[in-house]
Design a protein around this ligand. Structure first.
Ligand SMILES: Cc1cc2nc3c(=O)[nH]c(=O)nc-3n(C[C@H](O)[C@H](O)[C@H](O)COP(=O)(O)O)c2cc1C
Length: 148
């Protein structure tokens, strides 16, 4: 069983931190930065997850575009995201991006991520210190518990 997680994480590296915790010690998980260049071969994976910080209510455009380009028909997926004030609805756009492939969605994990966007910067940011150790543990548990 091979798992890829295709991600974008640029604001504070919050999402990457969550993914690194998820992947730690697992040889079946590969992390792929969608703006890092390099070739991605979906045929190499049994499950292709997508991950992002939340930007204006949704996954970053680069992940949405990448998913549209690479996600195979009938593929299995899951979603991981961080936001200053995230909610379950933040995966709506990534779900819509691959809806025509009839994906099997295994689940989603999200937690808070330090946010200094715009006016939040003036007050020292929101969700300071997140993701924290408890978030990272919960993230690991999520991936370990995925039925794949
Ligand atoms: C331009 C911009 C827009 C953002 N919009 C949202 C938003 O709509 N909802 C939210 O919860 N967080 C929002 N955030 C906060 C980020 O989602 C949060 O800091 C996230 O953890 C960043 O992930 P990253 O460090 O992996 O890129 C926004 C941040 C930026 C810079």
């Amino acid at each position: 069983m091979k798992i890829a997680v295709c991600y974008y994480s640029r604001h504070h590296g919050n999402t990457a931190k969550v993914l690194e915790a998820m992947a730690e010690g697992r040889e079946d998980v590969e992390l792929f930065d969608v703006v890092g260049g390099g070739d991605f071969d979906p045929a190499r994976y049994d499950v292709i997850g997508f991950a992002s910080g939340i930007y204006f209510g949704k996954f970053h455009q680069s992940v949405l575009d990448f998913a549209r380009r690479h996600f195979p028909a009938g593929g299995r997926t899951f979603f991981v995201f961080t936001g200053g004030a995230p909610s379950a609805k933040n995966s709506a756009a990534i779900r819509a991006a691959i809806a025509d492939r009839a994906p099997q969605v295994l689940g989603q994990f999200f937690c808070k991520g330090y946010d200094t966007f715009g006016p939040f910067k003036l007050v020292g940011g929101v969700a300071k210190g997140r993701p924290n150790e408890a978030d990272l543990r919960a993230a690991r548990d999520f991936l370990d518990g995925l039925v794949v």
